[in-house]
Design a binder for this molecule. Structure first.
Ligand code: NI
Length: 199
């Protein structure tokens, strides 16, 4: 239970105010080595083709999961490029890892918008974008202990941003939480930590 507590504390600290750069607070070092934290769980979402997918669809291959939204000005693109740089270092083995972006803004991020967004420059080659109803996204967020909050930017109800934690979650081929990475982990570090899970 201690591990769960520490991880939860780290996850809640790794919050980005309105997607602005923040000071480093979370590290992916000793906390994750036990691998016992209860992160991850059942989810049902919608892929870029508008098809329903669940966590079960990804069993059999390790996954690297990031939560973000397509309107995010810089933190999400940077996180996804960091992910892309890491998977590039895996070479051909990168195909064995499914990279996934889950939207924190299901009201604006339609399946079509997600499908377009995941092709962004420097993003992982096999990145897929998942979105869904607000309830479906809330379930996924809760499973991964993701912090996200809508923040109004003006009088218009469509004018908002999303404060959110920015972490990459590595899940093993059985869908079990293996590690998380922050923006302070180099692509080299991330690739090295992922490699054993691709065997
Ligand atoms: Ni963001």
């Amino acid at each position: 239970m201690k591990t769960v507590f520490i991880l939860s504390a780290l996850l809640s600290l790794a919050v980005l105010p309105a997607c602005q750069p923040e000071t480093p607070v979370a590290r992916s070092g000793p906390v994750v080595s036990s691998g016992t934290a209860q992160v991850g769980g059942p989810f049902t979402l919608v892929n870029g083709a508008g098809e329903t997918v669940t966590d079960k669809d990804f069993l059999g291959q390790p996954q690297l999961i990031y939560f973000g939204f397509t309107y995010c000005p810089d933190v999400c693109p940077m996180g996804l490029q960091q992910m892309g740089a890491a998977t590039d270092l895996l070479g051909r083995d990168a195909e064995k890892l499914q990279t996934i972006l889950i939207s924190l803004d299901p009201e604006r991020d339609t399946p079509g918008i997600m499908a377009q967004y995941v092709t962004g420059n420097g993003f992982p080659d096999n990145l897929i974008g998942l979105t869904g109803s607000v309830e479906q996204v809330d379930t996924a967020k809760a499973a991964f202990k993701v912090y996200a909050k809508k923040v109004s930017m003006g009088a218009d109800t469509d004018d908002y941003t999303v404060d959110h934690s920015s972490l990459m979650y590595l899940m093993d081929k059985d869908g079990k939480f293996a590690a998380f990475f922050t923006k302070d982990d180099s692509p080299e570090t991330i690739a090295k930590r992922i490699k054993p899970y691709l065997k």
